[in-house]
Design a protein around this ligand. Structure first.
Ligand code: ME8
Length: 654
C-alpha cells in the first residue's frame, strides 16, 4: 500500500493556540483524510516546540518553571485537535526524552563528519526571534520583527557548514520544480541561494546564557539552537534513528514525507532543514507546501499583535464543519486570506446553507412527499439527466485532481459546479409539475438522478467535513464503509450507488443559515494603536498654488525609504491593474509588494531592477494579497517610470 506522511510545524508553546495554528493543522488533517480516501496508508504528525529563550521568558512571566509552563500549554494544543476533529497519528514534544536522544545522534553524526565546527561569532541577538541579526538587517537599530533593541552578543559557538550544501540544494530545487510549492516560495528560496554564499548556521547556545535546550553531545557547556532541535522532529517522530535501516519501521515506511508550513518559516524549512538532511545522508522531504497568512483587518493574525481568533470558539459558534469548510475554501493556498465573522457568514450561507444544504433539504423532502422516502427507480434518462451526470463526473474528477495539487479552494469550487447544476436541474425539471401531471416514472427518474449525484458530492466532501459528509451519506442510505482506492474509483466512475426501494432520510437540516454579525469588534493590532497615539502636527500653508503644503522635517524623517531589488514579478492573480513583486530589502525574507503599474510595464522586464521602496507603510491587502510597502514611480503625463537607485538592497535613502 502506498504511504503518505504529512506534518505541520510544531508550534511554540509561549502562547495559546490560535486560528493560524488551527488552519495548518486542519489542512494537514484534510490531506491525511484525502489520501486515506485514495486508499493510501496516510499518517499525520504535529506537536509542540518547547525549547529556547522565548519559552523561558514566557515561563518566567507566568511565574512557573519552564517544565510546568510547557506542560500546560502543550496540553492545550494536544487537547484542541480532537475537538476540531483532527486525527493526528502522532504528537511530538521536543522535550520528549526520545526526541532529545535522537537530536544528539544527529548532532554527533554531523560533528563526526566534520560539518560542525567551533568558531567566534558576534551579532545583534533578538530574543523574540531567537536569532542573530546583522547591522544591515536592523531597522533604525531595532529588530524588524519586534521593533525592540537587540542585544549585541559576541561569543564562541558551534556552526553547521550550511554553505557546503548550497550548490547541491540549488541543483535539487532546479531539478525538482515542485520541491517547494507554490512557485513563488520556490523562487524566494532560489533567490536566497543565488544571492551570495550562505552564512553557516550557528547551532549552539552557551549554557551560561541558556540551559533550556538539548545538550550538545560533544560539548557539555552548550545546548542546541532551537531550530536545529525543532526541525529534527519530522524524523524523530518516526523513531529515527533507532529504525533507520529497518524496512518494517515507521521511518522507512513513511519517510520522505510532505511538510506544511506558513511563509513565516520558509527559510528554516527551505534551507536549514534540507541541508541538514543532506549532511546526515538522509533523503530530502518530498515537498515543502507553503501557505500564506490569515489576516484580521489586513494585519497578520499573531500572538504578538494580540489580534488572534480562538479556533474553538469560532468552531462552536459557526459549526465545526462549516468552520473547516470556510478555512479550506476561503484561502487560496499560498496567498493570504482575511478572516472575519462577516466573511465566514457570507461563505457558509452561500455555499452550505443555500447551495448544498438547500439541495439536500428540498430533494429529501420531495422524495418523502412523492415516494414515502423510498429511493425511486430510474426510468429512461433524458438528455438533461445525462448532462447533469456528466457535470458531476467532471466536477468529481476535477476535485480529486486539484485537491491532490494542494489547490483546495479551486477543488471545492470544482465540486460546487455540480451542486449548483443540481439546484438548477430541480428548478428546470420542476418535480412538483411532474407530480401534478401524474408523470410518476419521470418524477422518479428526476429524483433518483439527483440522489445519485448528491451521493457523489457528499462522499468526496469527507476529508473537509467528516461529520457532515458521513451524515449526508447515511441520509442517502449508504453509510460510509471502508475507504479504499477501489471504493473511490467506484464512486467516481459509476452512476448508480443507491438501492431502489430503500427507505432513506425524509429531511435534512445540516447547515442552518447564520445571522450576519453586527459590526465586528476585533481587537485592534498594537501597531495601529501606536500610530494613532502619535501627536498630529499642523503643517504650514502651501508654498505655491497647486503644490502640496509644507511638511515638518520630522514628518519627512518618518519615511523609511530604501533600495529594493525586484526578485520576482508577476501579474496579480485577482487584478488586471496590479503587479505582484518579491522585493529584497536586505531583510531576512523578501517582501511582497503589489503595485498598480501593470498598464505600464511587463513584469518580466522588471526583474532585477533596483527600485525605491517606502518600507514603513503598514501592510495592506490589495485584492486579496498583502502588500508590504510601496514602490515609487515618477509620473509625467501618461508616462510612468520607476524611481531607481544604483545601490545594494536595503540601502537607506535620506
Ligand atoms: O514557528 N496564518 O512556531 P509558531 C496562517 N516553532 N498560519 C499561521 C498564522 C497565520 N496568521 N500564524 C501562525 C514556529 N500560523 C516554530 C516552528 S517547525 C519545525 C518549528 C501557523 O508557533 C503556520 O503554520 O510560531 C506557521 O508556520 C506556524 O503557525 C508558526 O507557528
Amino acid at each position: 500500500m502506498k504511504s503518505y506522511y504529512i506534518t505541520t510545524p510544531i508550534y511554540y508553546v509561549n502562547a495559546r493556540p490560535h486560528l493560524g495554528h488551527a488552519y495548518s493543522t486542519i489542512v494537514a488533517d484534510t490531506l491525511k483524510r484525502f489520501h486515506r480516501m485514495l486508499g493510501e496508508d496516510a499518517r499525520m504528525q504535529t506537536g509542540t516546540d518547547e525549547h529556547g529563550d522565548k519559552i523561558v521568558k514566557a515561563a518566567d512571566a507566568a511565574g512557573q518553571t519552564p517544565q510546568e509552563f510547557v506542560d500546560g500549554i502543550s496540553s492545550l494544543f494536544r487537547n484542541l485537535w480532537p475537538q476540531l476533529n483532527i486525527e493526528n497519528d502522532g504528537f511530538i514534544r521536543t522535550t520528549d526524552p526520545e526526541h532529545k536522544k535522537a537530536v544528539q545522534v544527529l548532532l554527533q553524526r554531523l560533528y563526526d563528519k566534520g560539518d560542525i565546527y567551533y568558531g567566534e561569532y558576534g551579532g545583534h541577538y533578538c530574543y523574540g526571534c531567537e536569532r542573530f541579526y546583522t547591522e544591515k538587517e536592523l531597522e533604525d537599530g531595532l529588530c524588524p520583527q519586534h521593533q525592540t533593541k537587540p542585544e549585541y552578543i559576541s561569543e564562541k559557538n558551534y556552526f553547521f557548514k550550511m554553505s557546503k550544501y548550497q550548490e547541491q540544494l540549488k541543483q535539487h530545487i532546479l531539478d525538482n520544480p515542485d520541491f517547494i510549492r507554490p512557485e513563488r516560495y520556490r523562487n524566494e528560496v532560489l533567490a536566497m541561494l543565488e544571492g551570495g554564499v550562505l552564512e553557516d548556521l550557528c547551532i549552539s547556545r552557551p549554557k551560561s546564557r541558556l540551559t533550556w535546550g538539548i545538550e550538545l553531545p560533544f560539548d557539555k557547556d552548550y545546548v542546541s539552537y532551537v531550530w536545529f532541535d525543532a526541525l529534527a522532529n519530522y524524523i524523530t517522530a518516526l523513531d529515527w534513528p533507532n529504525n533507520e535501516n529497518d524496512a518494517a519501521g515507521k521511518f522507512q515506511q513513511y519517510w520522505p514525507g510532505e511538510h506544511l508550513v506558513a511563509k513565516d518559516i520558509l527559510k528554516p524549512h527551505g534551507i536549514f532543514w534540507p541541508t541538514m538532511l543532506m549532511a546526515a545522508g538522509i533523503p530530502l522531504y518530498k515537498h515543502l507546501n507553503v501557505h500564506g497568512y490569515w489576516l484580521v483587518k489586513d494585519t497578520k493574525m499573531s500572538k504578538s499583535l494580540g489580534n488572534v481568533v480562538d479556533p474553538l470558539k469560532a468552531a462552536e459558534h459557526f459549526g465545526l464543519d462549516a468552520f473547516r469548510y470556510f478555512l479550506i475554501r476561503e484561502m487560496n493556498f499560498g496567498s493570504d486570506a482575511s478572516y472575519s465573522a462577516e466573511a465566514i457568514t457570507t461563505r457558509v450561507n452561500a455555499d452550505l446553507a443555500n447551495d448544498l444544504g438547500n439541495l439536500f433539504s428540498r430533494v429529501l423532502s420531495m422524495n418523502a412527499k412523492y415516494f414515502g422516502s423510498k429511493v425511486p427507480a430510474l426510468g429512461e434518462p433524458l438528455e438533461a439527466d445525462d448532462i447533469l451526470c456528466e457535470t458531476t463526473d467532471n466536477g468529481a474528477q476535477n476535485f480529486v485532481q486539484l485537491f491532490g495539487e494542494m489547490r483546495f479552494s479551486q477543488a471545492l469550487e470544482a465540486l460546487w459546479v455540480p451542486v449548483r447544476a443540481m439546484n438548477k436541474y430541480v428548478d428546470e425539471q420542476a418535480p412538483w409539475t411532474l407530480a401534478k401531471n401524474g408523470e410518476t416514472e419521470r418524477l422518479g427518474t428526476v429524483i433518483r438522478t439527483l440522489l445519485e449525484n448528491m451521493y457523489k458530492v457528499c462522499y468526496l466532501l469527507w476529508p473537509i467535513m467528516p461529520n457532515s459528509s458521513a451524515t449526508m451519506q447515511a441520509q442517502l442510505g449508504r453509510p460510509q464503509g471502508e475507504l479504499s482506492e477501489a471504493a473511490l474509483k467506484d464512486v467516481i466512475n459509476y452512476r448508480m450507488h443507491l438501492r431502489t426501494g430503500l427507505e432513506i432520510a425524509s429531511a435534512s437540516n445540516l447547515f442552518p443559515r447564520l445571522e450576519m454579525p453586527k459590526e465586528e469588534e476585533a481587537p485592534k493590532p498594537k501597531k495601529e494603536k501606536k500610530a494613532k497615539e502619535a501627536p498630529k502636527q499642523e503643517a504650514p500653508a502651501a508654498p505655491a498654488e497647486g503644490a502640496k503644503p509644507f511638511i515638518e522635517f520630522a514628518d519627512f524623517q518618518k519615511l523609511d525609504l530604501r533600495v529594493g531589488t525586484i526578485l520576482a514579478a508577476e501579474q496579480h492573480p485577482n487584478a488586471d491593474k496590479l503587479l505582484r513583486f518579491d522585493v529584497d530589502l536586505g531583510e531576512e525574507k523578501p517582501r511582497q509588494i503589489c503595485s498598480g503599474i501593470a498598464a505600464h510595464f511587463k513584469p518580466e522586464d522588471l526583474v532585477g531592477a533596483k527600485v525605491v521602496v517606502v518600507a514603513n507603510l503598514p501592510p495592506r491587502k490589495l485584492r486579496g494579497l498583502e502588500s508590504q510597502g510601496m514602490i515609487l514611480t515618477a509620473e509625467f503625463g501618461d508616462k510612468l517610470t520607476l524611481l531607481t537607485a544604483d545601490a545594494p538592497s536595503g540601502s537607506t535613502i535620506a
